[in-house]
Design a protein around this ligand. Structure first.
Ligand SMILES: NC(=O)c1ccc[n+]([C@@H]2O[C@H](COP(=O)([O-])OP(=O)(O)OC[C@H]3O[C@@H](n4cnc5c(N)ncnc54)[C@H](O)[C@@H]3O)[C@@H](O)[C@H]2O)c1
Ligand SMILES: [Zn+2]
Ligand SMILES: [Zn+2]
Length: 360
C-alpha cells in the first residue's frame, strides 16, 4: 500500500519551502523505502530552491540522510528491512565504462528509484539528488542505501553529502597526504570537512579561507593551522606567504564562484592541484590565461561527491568517528524539526551554522 507521509517541498523558484503530504509508493524491483531518522540541510538544497540546479519543480528537498530500511522490492539483496543505512546520491551501476575500468567512484550511469513520489493530486516530485529526505519515509534505489554500524543518525547522515564531499575533495580528489600543504576556500560544512579530512590524512599546513570569521574559528577547531579572512586581504598573497612564497600543494574551492576559483588557481604551487567541489550555477564563467594553465602544470580537477565510493568510504568514516578520530558530531550545529527547513536556510545564509540537521 502506498503511504502518505509529511515531506518538505520547494514548489517554485525562490518560494518558501512547504511541509506537505507526499505519497510514497511501495518499493518496486531494485528499490527500497527508508524511514528517515535525520537529514542535514546542505547548500545544494538551497540551490535547488533558487532554481540554480534545474527547473524540475516541485522538488522534494533533503539528501544528506541516515535512517532504517523499512521495506525492499523484488531482487534486492544488498540491504534488508531493519538495516541502518546512510543514503548516497551516486548509486554505482557496475557496468558503465568507468565501472568497467575499475573506477566506480566516477560511475557515469548512477541510478535512482524508477517510481515517483507524488503530491496527493498526483503531481510528480523531483527528489533532490535523487533522494528527497526531508520526509518521514523516502523511496530510493536499493544501491543508494549504504549499510553502516549503528551511530548517531544526525552525525553520520552528514556523510551522505557535504562531509563526504569535503573529505573526499581533499583526500580522494586532491590526494592530500602526509606533509602536504592545503588551502581550503569556503569553510562551510563542505570546506570544514575538507580541512578535517586533510588533518586525518597528515597534511602539515592547513590554511582555511573564508569571508566570515565565525567560519574561520570553526576551521581552527577542525585543525586548520592558519586562517585568512579574504574580505580583509588578498588570499592568494596570504596563502603564498604561508607556504614559503610558493602556494599550496592542493587548493580546494568549496564555494562555487568564479572569483574563488581564480583564487584557487593562483594560490597553488607549481604542479599543484586545484579541486573544485563548490557547485557553480550555470551562468558562471571563468577566464584564465592559457599560458598560466600550461605553465603552472599540475591538475585542475572537479570533485563529484568527493569522488567517493559509498560502500568503501561511509563505513570507514563511521569507524573513524566511533573511534574518536573524525569529529562528525562537530558539524551538527543544531537539531531541528521538519517544519524548520526554511529557517535553517536563513541561518545558513547568515553564516550561523555548519549544518542544521532535521531529526524525525
Ligand atoms: N561537489 C559536491 O559533490 C558537493 C556536495 C555538497 C555540496 N557542494 C557544494 O559545495 C559548496 C559549499 O557547500 P556548503 O554546504 O559548505 O555551503 P555553506 O553555505 O555552508 O558554506 C559556504 C561557505 O563559503 C563562504 N564563502 C562565501 N563566499 C565566499 C568568498 N567569496 N570567499 C570565501 N568564502 C566564501 C561562506 O562564508 C561559507 O562559510 C556549495 O556550492 C554546495 O552546493 C558540492
Ligand atoms: Zn557505472
Ligand atoms: Zn548536499
Amino acid at each position: 500500500m502506498p503511504q502518505t507521509v509529511k515531506g518538505v517541498i520547494a514548489r517554485a523558484k525562490g518560494a518558501p519551502v512547504e511541509l506537505v503530504d507526499v505519497i510514497v509508493p511501495d518499493p518496486g524491483p531494485g528499490e527500497a523505502v527508508v524511514a528517515i531518522q535525520a537529514c542535514g540541510v546542505c547548500h545544494t538544497d538551497l540551490h535547488y530552491r533558487e532554481g540554480g540546479i534545474n527547473d524540475s519543480f516541485p522538488f522534494l528537498l533533503g539528501h544528506e540522510a541516515a535512517g532504517v530500511v523499512e521495506a525492499v522490492g523484488a531482487g534486492v539483496s544488498e540491504v534488508a528491512p531493519g538495516d541502518f543505512v546512510i543514503l548516497n546520491w551516486r548509486a554505482v551501476c557496475g557496468a558503465c565504462r568507468a565501472c568497467l575500468k575499475g573506477k566506480p567512484w566516477y560511475c557515469f550511469a548512477t541510478h535512482n528509484a524508477k517510481q515517483k513520489m507524488t503530491l496527493t493530486d498526483g503531481t510528480e516530485l523531483s527528489p533532490a539528488l535523487g533522494i528527497g529526505a526531508f520526509i518521514e519515509k523516502t523511496l530510493v534505489a536499493a544501491g543508494q542505501c549504504t549499510k553502516v554500524p549503528a551511530a548517531d543518525a544526525a552525525a553520520v547522515g552528514l556523510l551522505g553529502c557535504g562531509v563526504m564531499a569535503g573529505f573526499g575533495a581533499a583526500v580522494n580528489t586532491g590526494g592530500v597526504g602526509r606533509g602536504d600543504s592545503i588551502a581550503v576556500i569556503g569553510c562551510g560544512g563542505v570546506g570544514n570537512a575538507a580541512i578535517a579530512g586533510a588533518v586525518v590524512a597528515g597534511a602539515t599546513t592547513v590554511i582555511a579561507v573564508d569571508v566570515d570569521d565565525r567560519k574561520l574559528e570553526m576551521a581552527r577547531a577542525f585543525g586548520a593551522t592558519h586562517t585568512i579572512n579574504s574580505a580583509a586581504g588578498d588570499p592568494v598573497q596570504g596563502i603564498r606567504a604561508l607556504t614559503g612564497g610558493h602556494g599550496a600543494d592542493v587548493v580546494v574551492e568549496a564555494v562555487g564562484r568564479p572569483e574563488t576559483y581564480e583564487q584557487a588557481f593562483y594560490a597553488r604551487d607549481l604542479a599543484g592541484t586545484v579541486v573544485l567541489v563548490g557547485v557553480p550555477t550555470p551562468d558562471k564563467q571563468v577566464t584564465l590565461p592559457m599560458i598560466e594553465i600550461f605553465g603552472r602544470g599540475g591538475a585542475l580537477k572537479s570533485s563529484w561527491y568527493g569522488d567517493c565510493l559509498p560502500s568503501r568510504d561511509f563505513p570507514m568514516l563511521v569507524d573513524l568517528y566511533r573511534q574518536g578520530r573524525f569529529p562528525l558530531e562537530s558539524f551538527v550545529s543544531e537539531r531541528i524539526g521538519l517544519g524548520d527547513v526554511e529557517a535553517a536556510f536563513e541561518k545558513m545564509h547568515r553564516g550561523e551554522v555548519l549544518r542544521s540537521v532535521v531529526e524525525l
